[in-house]
Design a protein around this ligand. Sequence first.
Ligand code: ZN
Length: 157
Amino acid sequence: MENLWAPWRMEYIKKVDKEGCIFCTKPVEDKDTENYILHREKYNFVILNCYPYNPGHLMVVPFKHLSTPEDLTSEELLEHYELVRKCITALKKVSNPDGFNVGMNLGRVAGAGIDKHIHTHIVPRWNGDNNFMPVLADVRVVNESLPATYQKLAQCF
Ligand SMILES: [Zn+2]
């Protein structure tokens, strides 16, 4: 097995990785409506998941490209969870769910679709929507259109 020690390459890999990361590229495009970015704070933003488990599936994402929440400062983490709380409030107002799945998948093995940039999922649940949802690990097709969901939720932030 080849095993080359080239520390400068890590920087290159990180850079390329970051350039291809939707959580890094979307916020700088300045097209929040098209990108379904609902809200921005200082360290984090809220975005609608385009491949939702349920209508209104939201994600809170730090602007920093980090693969573990251990690298967030306390201030960034506090804001992150304040936004999670705002998402729950907004979803309750707009779609009256019976419950929520809230959480992070860290690493591919845990079901993270994008494992290099952490994000917290907020998935509204309704009684009978799916008894055994493959929790945050698979993609389901939902009927409500994203632009309509976006418009409803945008008014809550
Ligand atoms: Zn990123």
